[in-house]
Design a protein. Structure first.
Length: 642
């Protein structure tokens, strides 16, 4: 019956336009994390690695969700999602996300306020660069970087305003600090040694009645995990569902439209969340915001997801539900997936034992090792490996892991980089002014995806060339326009057109060939990361932001190359590739952990994206030869997006 419905579908079903709203909010919320992360770092007094646990919670949910579906299907020997139908899968996913959003609201509001003198033990254990802020966000205490064998020092930083002047001129506070405050355009700063910490805290409490608000960050991570767990089920069902909501021959067009809407969500998400947290005005640092303002977003999510679920539940539409479709068992592949799961559990143990960086590193190395061993073993004896008998798939799983990791880590550590004094501005960019840069990174994804989608449409070769030049700048104008509407000054973003022009040249060089395009964009990614590592200011900022341009079309190219020639194992291979979104949860904390090491710092931690791009270029070169040896046309022009 479902098959007949698919064959008879001659036009796009109206429900598709509800479905693309779901695509929009996947991108909206994922990109919004890039603003939420630096905010939470300050609000919860986190290290850079700890702040990246937002990504860990969000993207690990995709892995856990896919893993549960795979293991349950293997145990019952039936494709569970196919059995219940894509429609019900999306409805269940929406309801899970509603649950997570509802839990988020009380989690955000659950806080305790303590006198600042009770934070001495917390401050004493700070890593370099970690800071604590007072409840009114007027005062910060930050551990300074010190040379080896030198005493530990801290900076007392006060906002430069009328209230701040009272701190800087207070005789008791000057005596506690051991000198007068230095003054910049935005703040007063006093430096003091660790042995004076108790005195400084005592004056802040007795003279200024300062307190510190402690939130429950772990509860927020739990709620975010549940939201993303729903997204995992939605995304697994929604991509194939978009195909059957109309003429299957035009399914690729609908997926590209949905991908374009997803990218638009990633572009405006950071801007909207910045407005919620800091207000609509562009300007300097904001001190009167609080985390409860994010409730507006989650209330909106609850309403929209409930409306979407109701529409899917009550509107008649085609579905894929089939009875009795078997699920082929691949015991050796299952063991490999369980091995990857064991590495994930090892990383969780690292969080519990406060050994985050060593065990994140060990877990990632373990995952890479498992995939490489799987490739070697399956090459010797393919029996029982299922889709993983194909080297393009195992290397492609690693490529997806690294691709999602590099895409997310550039954006998620961007707040820490831009707010770092001396990188873009002498004092560091205020959190309230991050959104133009974050939206430009995610807008770069939109620029590339819209350009990559041109090949889907039946236009002449010359028209396609013209569109490849025009479309990127139209998308760039939309990014700038969204920032202008918010009130941001975009004049500083104009030089980015040079990066876009280089990407356009890359598209022409790639000639719509997946392996060639992936290799070129991987090499460009390495080059631009190197530029960013050896420079500072706008040049380095744009070099790192351009990672969004080069990541933009990597997903469809990796996916197409990894599943080429898999035959009956294509579905299983696709499921394994989706599991490897896990990279988005593990790579950002790894980079954050490196940033917390004084000898490396946030700037030079961007060596991680450089290494990621290098592997992606290698994969493009390697998989081309693998597919060629199998007699597969690796130069087919394939379009799509994630």
């Amino acid at each position: 019956m479902a098959q007949q419905q698919r064959q008879n579908a001659q036009s796009t079903h109206p429900s598709f336009f509800v479905l693309i709203l779901v695509f929009f909010f996947w991108g909206f919320l994922a990109a919004s994390n890039s603003i939420f992360i630096p905010f939470c770092k300050t609000h919860f007094n986190l290290t850079q690695l700890e702040s990246q646990l937002i990504d860990f919670a969000f993207y690990s949910a995709y892995f856990i969700g896919s893993l549960i579906l795979y293991l349950a299907s293997a145990a019952r020997k039936v494709d569970i999602l196919n059995k219940i139908g894509y429609k019900k899968g999306i409805i269940y996913g929406l309801l899970i996300s509603v649950l997570g959003s509802a839990i988020m609201i009380p989690c955000v509001n659950k806080e305790k306020i303590v006198p600042i003198t009770e934070t001495a033990a917390d401050i004493s254990s700070f890593q370099v660069g970690q800071q604590l802020q007072t409840s009114d966000r007027e005062v910060k205490i930050r551990r300074d970087k010190n040379e080896k064998n030198e005493p530990v020092t801290y900076s007392l930083i006060v906002s430069k305003n009328e209230a701040g002047a009272k701190y800087a001129s207070n005789a008791n506070l000057q005596a506690a600090v051991g000198g007068s405050f230095t003054e910049t355009a935005t703040e007063y700063t006093g430096t003091f040694s660790k042995d004076k910490l108790q005195n400084v805290l005592g004056v802040l409490e007795t003279d200024f009645h300062q307190t510190v608000t402690f939130g429950y960050f772990a509860l927020i991570l739990m709620a975010l995990f549940i939201v993303a767990l729903g997204f995992s089920l939605q995304q697994t069902a929604a991509n194939p569902f978009a195909i059957i909501l109309g003429d299957p021959a035009k399914g690729a067009h609908r997926l590209n439209l949905a991908g374009g809407i997803n990218s638009f969500g990633t572009t405006i998400g950071p801007i909207i969340v910045s407005m919620l947290l800091f207000g609509g005005a562009a300007g300097g640092a904001v001190t009167d915001t609080d985390i409860s303002k994010i409730n507006t977003l989650y209330i909106l999510l609850i309403v929209l997801f409930l409306v979407a679920a109701a529409i899917f539940a009550f509107v008649k539409m085609p579905d894929n539900q089939e009875e009795g479709e078997s699920f082929e068992s691949s015991p050796k592949a299952t063991k490999a997936i369980l091995g990857i799961t064991a590495m994930f559990v090892l990383i969780l143990a690292g969080l519990a034992l406060k050994m985050e960086l060593p065990l994140f590193t060990a877990g990632i190395v373990g995952i890479i090792g498992i995939l490489l061993v799987a490739q070697s073993s399956s090459n010797k004896n393919p029996e029982g490996w299922g889709a993983m008998r194909y080297p393009q798939l195992t290397l492609g799983m690693l490529a997806i892991f690294i691709y999602v990791g590099v895409e997310v880590t550039i954006a998620s550590n961007l707040g820490g980089l831009l707010t770092h004094p001396g990188f873009l501005t002498p004092e560091g960019l205020p959190e309230s002014k991050l959104d133009p840069y974050v939206s430009l990174f995610w807008g770069s994804m939109m620029i590339g995806r819209w350009t990559g989608a041109i090949s889907v449409f039946n236009v002449s070769k010359n028209t396609r060339k013209i569109l490849c030049v025009i479309v990127p700048f139209v998308a760039y104008a939309i990014v700038l326009g969204a920032n202008v509407i918010k009130g941001n000054d975009v004049s500083g973003l104009y030089p980015y057109v040079i990066c876009i022009a280089i990407q356009i040249i890359g598209f022409f060089m790639g000639q719509d060939k997946p392996a060639k395009t992936l290799m070129i964009f991987g090499l460009l990614g390495v080059l631009f990361v190197l530029v960013g590592l050896f420079t500072t200011g706008p040049l380095a900022t744009f070099a790192f932001l351009s990672g969004g341009l080069f990541c933009s079309v990597m997903w469809p190219n990796i996916f197409a190359l990894a599943i080429a020639g898999l035959g009956k194992y294509t579905g299983q291979g696709s499921a394994f590739l989706v599991m490897m979104i896990l990279g988005g949860s593990l790579v950002p904390p790894l980079q954050g952990g490196l940033a917390d090491i004084p000898a490396i710092g946030i700037h030079h931690s961007y060596i991680i994206p450089g290494l990621c791009f290098a592997y992606l270029a290698f994969f493009a070169f390697k998989v081309k030869n693998i597919l060629k040896s199998q007699g597969i046309d690796y130069e087919s022009a394939i379009s799509g997006g994630h």
